[in-house]
Structure formats: structure tokens, C-alpha cells
Design a protein. Structure first.
Length: 409
């Protein structure tokens, strides 16, 4: 099996070096171009690059290899280097969990698809991580290896496009399916459940495609009825959010400042006293904060790019950021020098027990079930936190919040 893995590794590294291509209407960017059809022309052909994207691609590749080779044990290639990335304990742990999740839905008569190309037409399609048809239930599973941005399973347009593609690809599947289950598995995003599922009926899915998806594609192709939509989820990955007039207008409205006031250096912006705002005013501002933060980040990036390009921006310059001090000699040599001063080698190091998450990863990397540690682990309750009413976590009563206050110092 190791020989088979090495052959896969060679093929993967060859494919990884090639420039990837995307459909004109990529499912992964569908949340943006469906809701903001004007954004499509500014983001067409854009694909995510960088270390995190490459790490995610490797996780998908390993997941596919494991699912196609049932007897393969991922922990046997721990510390193997593939396309300049080390298969570390984290990757073994998370990818194996993903593989186990997919396998848990596969039954004897299931029809399974792994990393398959799915298209609803010549312009719209992509690669679906995993699909499982069991009886009248179709499971569409997407591995999200990124840890920075939470991906919701609720009405997820990317997964709905894949589900539509599965129905269109096979008359048999279209005939037997009644319910579709959209799965997101996002193990590296902290503070949320890794596996999340949203159920949608075949009728509701087809209605969405007819009333939302296809009209958006039609409008974009014709260049007519194009519309803007500015909210944090839609604008997050847009290439022009730093210069988008619609987004600028919405954020300035949020701050209750006229555009002319914003650019007039002789006027001072006075934000309202929050204690005097109504509940309605506070919630309106609260809803817009994520979008506002995203927009201001885009402004910083744009200004930085202009200064780096040689433009003179009054009031701003580029400096080197601060970094923590570090030792500049090898650890062994440093230890000898410190022992002379401290007398004991133990004084040179800080010893700390590993976290439950780190222990589970090590256990999993050794080929054991992480559940053997569960009886030694508990999860304390967190502090009360204000979130949107759409958040799936259970709300707590004001009495519970008052009880929690008793524990504060």
C-alpha cells in the first residue's frame, strides 16, 4: 500500500504544479455572484492561492486517496512530505475524521461519488468532494479545511449547485431522491461543531435553481439587470470591495455620515452616543459591523499597495512591524550557557501538559480511537456572548447570565 501511496504522491505533485482552471460560474464563489451579479465581471477567473489553499488541496487529495483505498492507514505516512507540505499530526487527525465521516454514511447499496466533476451546464460546475445516494437520501459532503472563516451549511449555494448537478447527471438519481442533506465538515475552525448538516427537499432545491440560480446566470450572461448586494458574507472575497461605491455608501450610511462630510478635512465626524440609541438603531449598527470591518480592511490593503507602488499618501508611510525577541544561537549551545547561570537544566525550560485536542491528534496519529480519552475530558461553560439570533447555539436565560456573574472576580 505504501508503494501505491508513493505513486499517488508523484502524480499529485505533477498535477499540483499545473495551473488550475475554473468554470465561468464557479460553485465555490456562487454566494458572491448569485447575490451580487455585478461582482462577477470583477472576480471572473480568480482562484484562491497561497499556503493555506495549497494545504487544503493536499487535505482533499489525501482524503480522496483514503476513500478510494479502504485498507490504507493515514498514520503510516505521518511526517511524509508531499508538494513541500509535511503530513503532520493535525492533517492525519482531521483528514481521517473526514474519511470516517464519509464512510459512516455508506451502506451496502449506496452509490458513492468521490472528487467528481459536477456541472449543471457548460458554464457552471466544479469538483464535489463526496456524494452518497442511499435509498431516497442524497448526501452532498464538502470538506472545508480552512480555519479562518466559518462556512455555514444552511442554504449553502455551493452545495446546492452540486446537488442540482447530481440530479441532472442521472435520471435514476433524479427519480429516486426525495431529500438532500448538505454536509459541511470544517474541522479546523475553532469554537464550532466540525460537522454540520442542512436538509432540503428536492422540490425546494429545484425551486431555488429555477427562481434564483438560473436567473442570476442569465442576467450575468446578458449584462442586464445586474445588481449589487453588500453584506459581509457576499463581499468578503470580492476583489473590488475596497473601491466598490455600493459598499462604501452602505458603510457610510451605517456611520451616519454623508460622503461629503467624510472627505472634508475641516469637519469632525461625531458618532452618536450609544447609550442614547434605541434597540432598533443598535441592532442595525450591530448587523453592519462585520461588513464595516471587512471594508476598512480592504481600504488598508489598497492604501498599502499604493504606498508600496511609490505613491505619496499624505499622513501615511510604511514601517517594519514589531516582532518578539528570539535567541540567535542553536538550542544546545544556548542551554549550556544558561545552565552555567541557572545551575539546573530544568530552569531553562517550561513544562506544560498538552491540551485535550493535541492529545487526541497524537492518539489518532498512532492509529487509536480518540474516544479512549473522552472520560478524562470535560468542557467548561463559556462566558455569555452576544450573537445573531440565527446562531444555532442554544440561548441562555438572563438568570443564567446573572448566575455566571457571581463567579467573576
Amino acid at each position: 500500500m505504501k508503494k501505491k501511496f508513493l505513486a499517488w504522491k508523484k502524480d499529485y505533485e505533477i498535477e499540483d504544479s499545473k495551473e488550475s482552471s475554473h468554470a465561468a460560474f464557479s460553485p465555490s464563489g456562487s454566494k458572491m455572484w448569485i447575490n451580487c451579479t455585478e461582482s462577477w465581471q470583477h472576480n471572473r477567473g480568480y482562484s484562491e492561492e497561497g499556503t493555506e489553499a495549497q494545504r487544503g488541496s493536499l487535505a482533499h487529495g489525501l482524503g480522496e486517496f483514503c476513500l478510494r483505498n479502504k485498507d490504507f492507514k493515514l498514520n503510516t505516512v505521518l511526517n511524509e512530505v508531499v508538494a513541500s507540505f509535511v503530513i503532520d499530526e493535525d492533517m492525519v487527525y482531521y483528514v481521517q475524521d473526514y474519511v470516517d465521516l464519509v464512510n459512516s454514511y455508506i451502506e451496502k447499496r449506496s452509490i458513492v461519488g468521490i472528487e467528481e466533476k459536477i456541472f449543471i451546464n457548460d458554464d457552471c460546475g466544479g469538483t464535489l468532494d463526496a456524494s452518497i445516494l442511499t435509498g431516497a437520501d442524497l448526501h452532498v459532503i464538502d470538506l472545508k479545511y480552512g480555519q479562518g472563516v466559518y462556512v455555514s451549511e444552511i442554504d449553502n449555494p455551493q452545495l446546492k449547485i452540486y446537488a442540482i448537478g447530481k440530479l441532472l447527471a442521472s435520471p435514476k438519481i433524479n427519480r429516486v431522491v426525495k431529500n438532500i442533506f448538505l454536509h459541511i465538515y470544517q474541522p479546523r475552525h475553532r469554537g464550532t461543531k466540525a460537522h454540520r448538516v442542512y436538509k432540503i427537499s428536492k422540490e425546494d432545491l429545484k425551486k431555488w435553481a429555477k427562481e434564483v440560480l438560473l436567473p442570476a446566470i442569465k442576467d450575468i450572461k446578458s449584462g442586464k439587470n445586474l445588481r449589487y448586494c453588500s453584506n459581509e458574507g457576499v463581499c468578503r472575497w470580492c476583489n473590488i470591495k475596497g473601491s466598490c461605491k455600493q459598499l462604501t455608501s452602505k458603510n457610510l450610511e451605517l456611520a451616519k455620515v454623508e460622503f461629503k462630510d467624510f472627505v472634508d478635512p475641516d469637519k469632525t465626524i461625531e458618532l452618536p452616543n450609544v447609550n442614547k440609541l434605541s434597540n432598533e438603531e443598535l441592532t442595525k449598527i450591530m448587523d453592519g459591523i462585520p461588513l464595516f470591518i471587512s471594508w476598512t480592511g480592504a481600504i488598508r490593503n489598497e492604501l498599502t499597495a499604493r504606498v508600496n507602488a511609490g505613491e505619496d499618501i499624505p499622513g501615511y508611510k510604511i514601517v517594519l512591524g514589531n516582532k518578539n525577541r528570539a535567541w540567535n544561537i542553536p538550542e544546545k549551545e544556548l542551554t549550556k550557557k544558561l545552565v552555567k547561570a541557572f545551575k539546573k537544566e530544568s530552569e531553562c525550560y517550561t513544562r506544560k501538559i498538552i491540551s485535550p485536542a493535541a492529545a487526541e491528534k497524537k492518539i489518532r496519529a498512532l492509529g487509536y480511537n480518540k474516544k479512549i480519552l473522552s472520560k478524562y475530558i470535560h468542557k467548561p461553560e463559556g462566558a455569555p456572548l452576544l450573537v445573531s439570533s440565527n446562531d444555532k447555539r442554544q440561548g441562555v436565560s438572563t438568570t443564567a447570565i446573572e448566575d455566571f456573574a457571581d463567579f467573576k472576580e
